[in-house]
Design a protein around this ligand. Structure first.
Ligand code: ADP
Length: 188
């Protein structure tokens, strides 16, 4: 049976299967693209469920600072969502693994957590960034994602008390569960 919950530095890290747009954490993270203008997959689902206030704020951010580089993150309102905020980050497109993809994916997770901490948030939900349209292999992405979150929580004492990975399909859920069990077993 896969371990689906661990505790790091008094922060609970858990993995569930579900729809991230229904999460009531302080923030949900969006796997956006650099334009911040919405798109398919989880991005489209978040904008549909959250309403136009999210896109409005995204437009203001782009007008101010331009397109969002891969690995960076910004925060907006959650609009009509249960979550008060959406943290938008851009994961890397998979090009075979030799183009810095792992480092960029790690940055996407850690910069999202950094923004959550800067805004004094207590709970954050993540989808599986980059493993849909962006083609990052799920087994590799799961390990990078979990290591990024675990190392951030070990190295930073913040307001964040709970991090949840909300995986949409059962295969992705199973892969993340197995990866968490492996990492927990390594006791790094
Ligand atoms: P990317 O472009 O970063 O690959 P996608 O949205 O295409 O982003 O896919 C990322 C992951 O999000 C995929 O595993 C996809 O199944 C998942 N996903 C899609 N809709 C939702 C949702 N409502 N809640 C959580 N995860 C979702």
């Amino acid at each position: 049976m896969a371990e689906s919950q661990v505790e790091i530095n008094q922060t609970k890290l858990s993995i569930i299967q579900g729809d991230i747009t229904r999460q009531a954490t302080d923030a949900i993270v969006n796997a956006a693209n650099s334009s911040l203008m919405g798109g398919g997959g989880v991005d489209g689902a978040i904008h549909r469920a959250g309403g136009p206030a999210i896109l409005e704020e995204c437009k203001q951010i782009v007008a101010r600072q331009g397109r969002l580089p891969t690995g960076q993150a910004v925060i907006t309102t959650g609009g009509n969502l249960k979550a008060k905020h959406v943290i938008h980050t851009v994961g890397p497109i998979w090009h075979g693994g030799g183009k810095g993809e792992a480092e960029l994916l790690k940055s996407a997770y850690q910069n999202s957590l950094k923004i959550a901490a800067e805004n004094h948030l207590a709970s954050v939900s993540f989808p599986s960034i980059s493993t849909g349209a962006y083609g990052y292999p799920v087994e590799k992405a799961a390990r990078v994602a979990l290591e990024a979150v675990i190392s951030f929580l070990r190295e930073n004492v913040t307001s964040i008390k709970e991090v949840v990975f909300v995986l949409f399909d059962s295969r992705t859920f199973e892969v993340y569960s197995a990866a968490l069990q492996e990492l927990a077993g390594e006791k790094k």
